[in-house]
Design a protein around this ligand. Structure first.
Ligand code: TYM
Length: 332
């Protein structure tokens, strides 16, 4: 049986990359699979979060799922911290994963920066919690952006080692689902850096709640080169900023990059940027509006999260029973 799990950190500034790389795919998968979508608040606290903001950002992730079209009567939407299995299984996986494996994680290196000694232990163990998120439900497929690939490889290693150590096929070996024309959306200010929630410059990203004026302003300022758009996709290879904008256009319009270039080859950015602005506003406007409406109704969002937590708990319970028995914990 196939089951989907994925999550987004409630750290504010949900952006185009989160939507095109992940959330939109969550929506597309829900009719064909049983889907579980989480606001990973326990992952968020691996770096400092203001408690009130964390609560609000957790609701915002749920609102983004709902506004984008995840159907709560069908798919499960919940907050990670409301289901005990995540923390419990993460501890067991901390004892399965090897320090050498975690030392290779590029995201830790990036996030910890130069002062690694001062990073939280949680930030270091982050991928082990991520493996627990997925495997507490024996999920088989995980839709994510490209930046999460390495973490999913670690999830596979942990599942394999657990199964080998205990001589039992307890966990599936998960498959990443990385698809669409925008699996790695880059910063609007620097085509060599990925678009991220934590970039200090607001101009580096378009957020889901940006209005028309903000989108227009940010795209107008977006860095590009001076040449018109080329005829062939290969000719974008040495032009990261142009490639990024064409990729965003393709993903939003649901066409290939080659098709974008059919329409816009030879066009200057002074023509292409306004067209991209129109398209972004057309696609995001309704989502942003619905998110704002939902954020004004926290009682409704909480009711979705509560019901989701109950359904998620029920799915994780038999898995945790099997895991604890396998590991050798007493059960009463
Ligand atoms: P997070 O919160 O950083 O990002 C959420 C999702 O958005 C994708 N994404 C992008 N896709 C394309 N271009 C970008 N610039 C871009 N930036 C972010 C991410 O790949 C991700 O799919 N560790 C995860 C959250 C997580 C998780 C999980 C995911 C925790 N447990 C279990 C899957 C399964 C993270 O930090 O995502």
């Amino acid at each position: 049986m196939s089951r989907i799990f994925s999550g987004v950190q409630p750290t504010g500034n949900l952006h185009l990359g989160n939507y095109l790389g992940a959330i939109r795919n969550f929506v597309r998968l829900q009719d064909d699979y049983e889907c579980i979508y989480c606001a990973v608040d326990m992952h968020a606290i691996t770096v400092w979060q203001d408690p009130e903001e964390l609560r609000s950002n957790t609701r915002e992730v749920a609102a983004a799922y709902l506004a984008s079209g995840v159907k709560p009567e069908q798919s499960i939407i919940f907050a990670q911290s409301s289901v005990h299995a995540h923390a419990e299984l993460a501890w067991i996986f901390n004892c399965v994963a090897r320090i050498g494996w975690l030392n290779r994680m590029t995201q830790f290196k990036e996030k910890a920066g130069k002062n690694r000694e001062n990073a939280s232990l949680g930030l270091y163990a982050y991928p082990s919690l991520m493996a627990a998120d997925i495997l507490a439900y024996k999920a088989t497929h995980v839709p994510v952006g490209e930046d999460q690939k390495q973490h999913l490889e670690l999830t596979r290693d942990i599942a394999q080692k657990f199964n080998n150590d205990f001589g039992k096929e307890v966990f599936p070996i998960v498959e990443p689902l990385i698809f669409g024309e925008a699996t790695r959306v880059m910063s609007l200010r620097d085509g060599s850096k990925k678009m991220s929630k934590s970039d200090p410059s607001d101009y580096s990203r378009i957020t889901l709640t940006d209005g028309r004026d903000e989108v227009a302003k940010k795209l107008k300022k977006a860095r590009t080169d001076a040449d018109p758009l080329p005829e062939k996709v290969e000719d974008l290879e040495s032009r990261p900023e142009a490639a990024n904008l064409v990729g965003i256009y393709a993903a939003l319009a649901d066409i290939s990059k080659a098709d974008v270039l059919k329409d816009y080859s030879g066009a200057q950015f002074s023509v292409f940027k306004p067209a991209l602005t129109e398209l972004a506003v057309e696609k995001f406007g309704p989502i942003g509006d619905e998110m704002k409406r939902l954020m004004d109704d926290p009682a409704y969002v909480d009711s979705v999260l509560k019901q989701g937590a109950e359904r998620a708990t029920a799915l994780a319970e038999p898995v945790m029973k099997e895991v604890k028995e396998t590991v050798g914990f007493l059960s009463f």
